[in-house]
Write a protein that binds this ligand. Structure first.
Ligand code: GAP
Length: 549
């Protein structure tokens, strides 16, 4: 069934993804990649503010992991070191990790228009993205699931013809409607699920084929499921033979496992310890979708934590609660987060336990009962010793550990992996921050925590004369070494406030006539729009304190 977009109330207007995407483009957060050439599916460029936001999130993660890691159960900071490994490695890495053999998605092809769709996402895509299904759903108003034959026939011969030319009911309305009538007449009191009706409308030859699933693009009957490897590849050197084939990394994690020995040999870490890495990953996603949520080039923030097998469960619990706290500290509301432990039948074969941290993105919508739906933001997996053992076997190198703290016990460490999406995290921050407020000129503001906001403050001379710009520039020069600040001189002050609201700047410092007399400025706080006066000499302290809060 379609996830009804939301159960809106006057107090909590619906956040519409279309508006968020439009603001991201208008204000320079995220642009479609290759925009002037019509874009390229699954790729995005980060504009002047987007790159600041992304860097801020990455830096906060790095600080929390590497430069100022959390206090462990023994009361001491845990040990974590950083790494930046190459995107392209020896292809054997991806054979050993299992990605060449098994990193695949189920997909289905439309033989009519050539479109591919992820089999496990089909009905979500049909109900949230398909133009013809959206148009067809209007025919079922008020969503009773009952069939209005003349209305469907009208649709098939009109809008349907344009939007879904290969849908069975469009090509052969009378035959399909008679199938449907048989089905309904069989159960007069049981209205069909909309999903079932859509399948019937896609089925021209029920007896020969059984119910068909339609293509979200043209309505054609989809072929059966096949698997599709997600690794992207390239060829190194000039000859471009199969021997020169190399893979773009599908996750940052493998770069960590293959450097485990180098890090152990070159630094003074002792188990338990972690290695952290952020950077690009590439997946040839069958259906990249939902803006930057699922793209083909994206960024990850992953940490592999190596520990004694007997302590793995304890560290797993530690990292699950630590990672939840991280997202909450950045401003994601607890009731927009869901901690979901994987059922046994959902676990990948090498994982003993996995927790997903899920976020309520606007496109996840609500179920029929009005409950929020969620999408994955980060996974925390207990990966056992699988990866190190695989790489030991395939490389012929010893990757076990001689533990001086445990009577020189020799073992292969077990691994707990908190694996987050950096670009998906940016989307969560944008969605959380997006606040509709019809009372202000911008109609909307981004409620970023000062720590993540791309600009921490704007300095606004009230007038472009009378010494205001010079004073503003002086303050700007004092602050810019430490804070990302904007100096904005032109336009009327209302328009400048509106712009800063829309890009999520938490504070505006205004230089006015009184500043010229007593060196004080007005601070305008973004969320409340409240204003107070503080001494110009106290502005840096003021910002420092707000950033810490
Ligand atoms: N090393 C484990 C691993 O890569 P994953 O669940 O496939 O696990 C981790 O990826 C995180 O990376 C996800 O929780 C998600 O935030 C992000 N991610 C995965 N695929 C993505 C995609 N196609 N686009 C954007 N982010 C993605």
């Amino acid at each position: 069934m379609p996830s009804t977009q939301a159960a809106p109330t006057p107090e909590t207007p619906v956040k519409d993804m279309k508006d968020i995407v439009a603001l991201c483009k208008r204000r320079g957060f995220v642009f479609p990649a290759s925009d002037i050439y019509g874009g390229i599916n699954g790729f995005w460029d980060y504009g002047p503010l987007g790159v600041e936001l992304k860097n801020n999130l990455r830096d906060l993660w790095w600080k929390r992991m590497v430069t100022c890691p959390p206090i462990g159960p023994d009361g001491h900071p845990v040990q974590i070191v950083g790494l930046d490994s190459a995107i392209i490695q020896n292809p054997k890495v991806w054979v050993a990790s299992g990605h060449v053999g098994g990193f695949s998605d189920p997909m289905r092809k439309c033989p009519k228009c050539g479109h591919f769709v992820r089999a496990d996402h089909l009905w979500n895509i049909l109900f949230s993205e398909s133009e013809w299904v959206n148009s067809l759903l209007q025919v079922f108003e008020p969503h009773t699931g009952r069939i209005d034959t003349p209305a469907i026939m009208n649709w098939a011969k009109g809008k349907g013809k344009k939007l879904a030319p290969n849908l069975a009911v469009v090509k052969d309305p009378e035959v399909v409607m008679s199938f449907l009538a048989t089905r309904v007449n069989g159960q007069p009191n049981a209205p069909l699920e909309i999903q079932e009706i859509v399948s019937h409308l896609a089925t021209a030859q029920l007896n020969a084929t059984g119910l068909q699933d339609p293509c979200p693009r043209c309505g054609g009957a989809l072929e059966g499921e096949s698997t599709f490897n997600l690794l992207m590849h390239t060829y190194l050197g000039v000859s471009a033979t199969e021997d020169d084939k190399a893979y773009l990394r599908g996750e940052t994690a493998q770069g960590i496992f293959i450097n485990y020995k180098n890090v152990m040999d070159s630094s003074r870490v002792k188990v338990p310890f972690g290695i952290a890495q952020t950077g690009k990953a590439f997946r040839n996603e069958v259906t990249p979708r939902n803006f930057i949520f699922r793209s083909r080039e994206f960024e990850q923030m992953e940490m592999e934590f190596f520990c004694h097998p007997s302590e793995a469960n304890m560290w797993f619990d530690f990292w699950v609660s630590e990672r939840k706290k991280f997202w909450e500290d950045l401003g994601l509301k607890t009731d927009n987060l869901l901690m979901r432990e994987h059922e046994a039948d959902e676990l990948v074969f090498y994982s003993k336990r996995t927790f997903d941290i899920e976020y309520h993105f606007p496109f996840n919508g609500f179920d029929e009962k009005g409950n929020k739906q969620f999408g994955e933001l980060e996974g925390i997996a207990y990966r056992t010793d699988y990866d190190l053992k695989q790489h030991a076997e395939h490389s012929g190198q010893r990757l076990d550990y001689l533990d001086p703290e445990r009577d020189n016990e020799r073992y292969v460490p077990h691994v707990i992996e908190p694996a987050a999406g950096l670009t998906r995290g940016v989307l969560a921050l944008l969605c959380e921050a997006y606040t509709i407020d019809p009372s202000r000129p911008s109609g909307v503001y981004l409620n970023f925590h000062p720590k993540v906001a791309p600009k921490k403050a704007a300095i606004l001379p009230l007038m472009a004369k009378d010494g205001h710009p010079e004073k503003a520039e002086k303050l700007y020069m004092e602050l810019r070494e430490e804070f990302a600040v904007d100096l904005d001189i032109k336009q009327n002050i209302g328009k400048r406030y509106a712009r800063q609201d829309e890009i999520g700047t938490p504070f505006c410092f205004t230089i006015d006539g009184q500043t010229m007399e007593d060196d004080t400025v007005t601070v305008r706080e973004r969320n409340t729009m409240a204003q107070e006066r503080i001494a110009m000499s106290k502005v840096a302290d003021y910002l420092r304190e707000k950033m810490r809060a």
